[in-house]
Design a protein around this ligand. Structure first.
Ligand code: AGP
Length: 632
């Protein structure tokens, strides 16, 4: 959702802000704005709609200045209008802020400030924070210097006024309930930006005589390789050449500088028309990266460096709970089948949004895995924290290094799939399934899975990247099929066992980027209701690779044909039966049952992509959706 970029240094801020906001577009937004300080004034430019509207406005009315804040807003409080776009002013235009997150008690604070004479222009919760910081700032100035803000700087501070500004922000955020990532400019102090976070990520890129603050690492790529991840309740005082981090409880803390491994290529299209297509075609490589160094042929098992639990603790686990949202939840379903089959440990899969408020009876040796691409999904983070509070070991299967969920978990496994920018998750899903397969192998080998069986799984995993590449070669055929069905307004997706989650994921992909109504079902459930939807205008995508349920799914396919429904079938390369029945056939390589979802999902990703394109949809930025859902 919303994106933040801020710059302070020797150069004009606006080009940095716009470049950074472009890299954050993938998060989803519906308005954008920037503020800079120039000639003792805060200059504000904001526009509803796409970033290009803002760029056009800035071309007509420049916003100079070597310090600035920028924002892409995904509307929560009030519609997507110029007025509601960030930044917002406080303190009689002495303060400008951008904000990610949601403030739950903004109505109470707004009422209090209005009673004190504050006038609000927008419907946003953010303007309340701006006015509150403005009020705390004015109070702080009126109180005059104290022992902290008079005389020589002490305690790691650069200048007394930095302390004063930080105090004003601290006093304001102490009154907020909810989540925030904030970047704050003070008109009279262009040498500093104050940033603060609670529950909404913020990072600081450390450059040569300059700093970039952002809501994720992508705006930093190519500018610096040094990154500081702010933690909850931390505030940063950022000048061109200094960074001070203050913790709410501990005061001034020495920050840790990590290496940012992201290159500008990670955010480049590399000749592809869309990030989604690029990410679909990256899958052979991203799957390889997820497995790299994690399969031990000597011990016929998987190796994970970051679980932070002893083998004894892991061996004692008698139940595994997998929690996630959306596509990651579909990967969790695949994981359930894999872990139960290979390791014989009971697994439950819970939507994080449900788990966070549920109180299920759980045995003491239950391990929680939170599965998430972004590591920022609010519900998944809350579910993980709730389980941690109850004393269960919590682990994350996560793509974004240093994300909130990666930090909150006791340990975990990174996907190493590289940055995923397309809102529709593709390569993260296949990497999640691969990591879960390795986890199933790992737990299996701790229990009853033999060395030979472990080796067979490893051999299958090693072959997988090439098989996914082969599945990608269906692209041209899938494009033709897409053209045949792009006009349809309803689709059914059907699969069984390992391909039941594939059916759910295929349907989700189609609905989120083409806005077509699509439903996924276990194929045998058809008879219990959905078959009523079958007619000549409703195609069914039937996933029917080889395996022990092949004949059963074949019967379901025949039932659809008997009722005049068109069938697009995903079959294995040596299939001889389905082509006679189905209207269209997509051929993928023959793989072991447990790896089928990783291969069969590939043409379904491509099918969604081509249908969405044919319907004129914005594939990478589908309407109403955000890449990381950081609000409840
Ligand atoms: C996937 O295509 C969706 N955009 C969405 O369902 C996503 O998977 C979900 O919001 C969870 O995100 P996460 O993996 O970053 O936690």
């Amino acid at each position: 959702m919303c994106g933040i970029v801020a710059y302070i240094g020797p150069r004009d801020a606006v080009p940095y802000l716009i470049e950074g906001l472009r890299r954050l577009e993938y998060r989803g937004y519906d308005s954008a704005g920037v503020a800079t300080i120039d000639g003792g004034q805060l200059l504000l430019t904001k526009r509803a709609g796409r970033l290009d509207n803002l760029v056009q406005e800035l071309a007509e009315h420049a916003s100079p200045g070597c310090v600035g804040i920028g924002h892409t807003r995904w509307a929560t409080h009030g519609p997507a209008t110029d007025v509601n776009a960030h930044p917002h002013f406080g303190g009689d235009h002495a303060v400008a802020i951008v904000h990610n997150g949601v403030i739950e008690n903004f109505r109470q604070i707004k009422a209090r400030l209005e009673a004190e004479g504050c006038v609000f222009e927008s419907a946003t919760d953010t303007e309340v924070i701006a006015k509150l910081i403005g009020r705390c700032y004015e109070d702080r100035l009126a109180a005059g210097p104290d022992e902290h803000t008079a005389g020589e700087p002490v305690d790691g501070w650069i200048a007394p006024h930095h302390r004063l500004l930080a105090d004003a922000v601290q006093q304001a955020v102490a009154q907020l309930q909810g989540t925030y990532g904030l970047a704050v400019l003070f008109r009279d102090y262009p040498d500093v930006i104050i940033a603060a976070r609670l529950g909404s990520p913020l990072v600081v890129g450390v450059g040569e005589g300059e700093h970039i603050i952002a809501s994720d690492a992508s705006p930093l790529a190519g500018h610096t390789e040094q990154i500081v991840y702010l933690a909850d309740h931390q505030l940063a005082v950022v000048t061109a050449d200094s960074l001070r981090v203050i913790d709410r409880d501990q005061g001034y803390v020495q920050h840790q500088i990590d290496v940012l491994e992201m290159t500008p290529d990670a955010v480049a299209l590399d000749g592809y028309p869309h990030y989604m297509l690029k990410e679909i075609y990256e899958q052979p490589e991203t799957i390889r990266n997820s497995m790299r160094g994690r399969l031990s042929v000597d011990e016929a098992t998987a190796i994970f460096g970051g679980l932070n639990l002893t083998p004894q603790q892991l061996r004692r686990a008698n139940r595994i709970l997998l929690t996630a949202c959306g596509t990651s939840w579909h990967a969790a379903l695949v994981g359930e089948y894999m872990i139960e089959e290979m390791a014989q440990i009971p697994v439950e899969v819970e939507y994080a949004s449900e788990l966070r408020y549920r109180n299920p009876p759980l045995e003491s040796n239950t391990l929680l895995f939170a599965i998430t691409q972004s590591g920022e999904t609010a519900d998944t983070l809350a579910a993980l924290r709730e389980m941690k509070r109850k004393g269960h070991p919590t682990l994350a299967i996560c793509n974004v290094v240093g994300s909130s969920i990666a930090q909150a978990a006791d340990g975990g496994i990174y996907l190493h799939a590289g940055q995923e920018i397309g809102v529709a998750s593709t390569k993260a899903f296949t990497s999640q399934c691969v990591v879960l397969a390795m986890l199933a192998l790992y737990f299996g080998r701790m229990r009853n899975l033999s060395f030979d069986a472990g080796m067979r799984i490893i051999e299958q995993l090693h072959k997988l990247p090439d098989q996914v590449a082969q599945a990608l070669s269906t692209g041209a055929a899938v494009k033709e099929i897409a053209a045949k069905y792009a006009h349809c307004n309803n689709f059914l997706y059907l699969g069984r066992q390992y391909n039941f989650p594939t059916a759910l994921e295929g349907a989700l992909k189609l609905k989120e980027i083409s806005y077509i109504h699509a439903e996924g079902y276990p194929a045998a459930e058809m008879k219990h209701g959905p078959i009523a939807l079958v007619d000549e205008h409703t195609p069914s995508v039937v996933i029917i690779p080889h395996g022990f349920v092949y004949d059963k799914v074949m019967s379901n396919l025949e039932e659809i044909k008997a009722r005049g429904g068109p069938v697009i079938a995903v079959v294995c390369e040596d299939d001889t039966r389905v082509a006679d029945l189905a209207d269209d056939v997509i051929v993928v390589p023959n793989v072991e049952d447990f790896l089928q979802p990783i291969v069969t999902i590939v043409p379904l990703q491509l099918l969604s992509y081509h249908i969405a394109l044919l319907r004129g949809c914005d594939v990478d930025k589908p309407r109403n959706l955000a890449k990381s859902v950081t609000v409840e």
